[in-house]
Write a protein that binds this ligand. Structure first.
Ligand SMILES: Nc1nc2c(ncn2[C@@H]2O[C@H](COP(=O)(O)OP(=O)(O)OP(=O)(O)O)[C@@H](O)[C@H]2O)c(=O)[nH]1
Ligand SMILES: [Mg+2]
Length: 361
């Protein structure tokens, strides 16, 4: 039996297995076997050059991929947001390549990738889906673009999930350390729904004989298995409905409630809101640099990620700032009062004004 058939028969078995405490171990086993076979399948395809894919160079402060079925308006949107000129067509698969464009927003250079449309079975390579998804694996934000006349949101998410991309979640909070002896030991800082026995069994299945596992969040079987696999990517994502001009008036309210944003690439509706949504989804922050005695530079902010410190700012500025650093003063959302003196470990927030006191060398 080929890998494909083995996966299918295991998936059928899993479907037939009821979900309860008594079957947990068995379901864990099936899920883990499926995960391993899928990884094996992916590796094999890589070996044959199947994912040679597109050469896309990441540029700018962050990269966003426009993902969706054919004809949802990805290229139209790229053209509206950037200076790119990607072909637009009313037929499917107008775009056959990855088209990048650069969007400037709030001082950040955000690279947008318009990729060929995905279809059902994309994760298995249908319609060149594998190559497309291998590009998506490397972006900082996934923008799922939907068409109100054919939403099929779950289908598109399934394809993304299948290649090991986990949207809107970070890696599971767990640590696995191999040890020389003593078998598998599980410890957790929270109450777990999964039994120790099941966890141990999953560890064994994944080749661990002796290991200490520390778990810091309550998780389900799938997430524990994710934590044991090394090809997973954790990427934020937003759902956006395009062609809002086609939404019938009695459905509008429902759509507005259910989805982050309704836009029209063709008419330019809500595109500023979309840019803000991307900036936020990417977790970017602006830091305005200021020289002593001058006004802060609000036109060309330093773009950093949420959680960045003064130290990160120094690393992102040209020159040997780290060596020359004496102290910094901050005015803005992260400071308790204007011109607060802070050290390298101080965490910056969006729209902080940062003044550096540097050694002359
Ligand atoms: N009514 C309406 N039509 C739109 C809108 N945006 C795009 N379209 C139309 O939708 C069709 C497909 O647009 P594209 O931008 O080529 O779609 P795509 O997602 O890039 O398609 P593929 O490259 O085939 O995957 C074109 O006929 C566009 O004119 C919109 O906001 N409203
Ligand atoms: Mg296109």
């Amino acid at each position: 039996m080929g890998i494909e058939d083995r996966i299918q028969s295991l998936e059928e078995k899993l479907q037939k297995t009821p979900k309860n405490k008594a079957t947990e171990k068995e379901r864990g086993r099936l899920k883990s076997q499926i995960a391993q076979l899928k990884e094996e399948k992916q590796k094999k395809q890589k070996g044959t050059g199947d994912t040679s894919g597109y050469a896309v160079e990441k540029k700018g402060d962050a990269t966003v991929a426009l993902v969706g079925f054919p004809s949802v308006g990805k290229s139209s949107l790229l053209n509206k947001l950037t200076n790119a000129e990607s072909d637009v067509g009313h037929y499917e698969f107008t775009t056959l390549d990855v088209n990048p464009g650069m969007m400037k927003h709030k001082g950040a250079n955000i690279q947008i990738l318009d990729v060929p449309g995905l279809i059902g079975g994309a994760a298995d390579g249908r319609g060149g889906g594998k190559q497309v998804l291998s590009v998506v694996r490397n972006v900082d934000l996934i923008l799922i673009l939907l068409d109100p006349e054919e939403m099929r949101e779950e289908e598109i998410k399934k394809e993304v999930y299948e290649v090991g991309i986990r949207m809107n979640s970070g890696p599971p909070d767990m640590k696995v350390e191999k040890t020389g002896r003593g078998g598998v030991k599980i410890s957790s800082t929270v109450d777990l729904d999964i039994d120790d026995e099941t966890l141990k069994d999953l560890m064994h299945q994944n080749g661990y004989v002796n290991a200490n596992v520390t778990i810091r969040e309550n998780m389900d079987l799938d997430r524990f298995i994710d934590g044991l696999m090394d090809n997973r990517r954790y990427i934020p994502a937003v759902d956006v409905v395009n062609k809002e001009d086609l939404i019938e008036s009695d459905k509008r309210e429902e759509y507005e409630e259910e989805y982050g944003l309704l836009i029209s690439a063709e008419n330019g509706t809500n595109l500023d809101e979309l840019k803000d949504l991307m900036f936020e989804g990417l977790g970017l922050i602006r830091v305005y640099m200021k020289e002593k005695g001058d006004e802060p530079d609000k036109d060309e902010p330093l773009i950093l990620r949420e959680g960045s410190t003064v130290e990160d700012a120094l690393d992102n500025l040209p020159g040997d700032m780290r060596e020359r650093f004496k102290k910094a003063t901050v005015t803005g959302p992260s400071s308790k009062f204007p011109n607060q003196k802070v050290g390298e470990e101080h965490e910056l927030r969006d729209e902080d004004i940062l003044e550096l006191n540097l050694r002359h060398i």
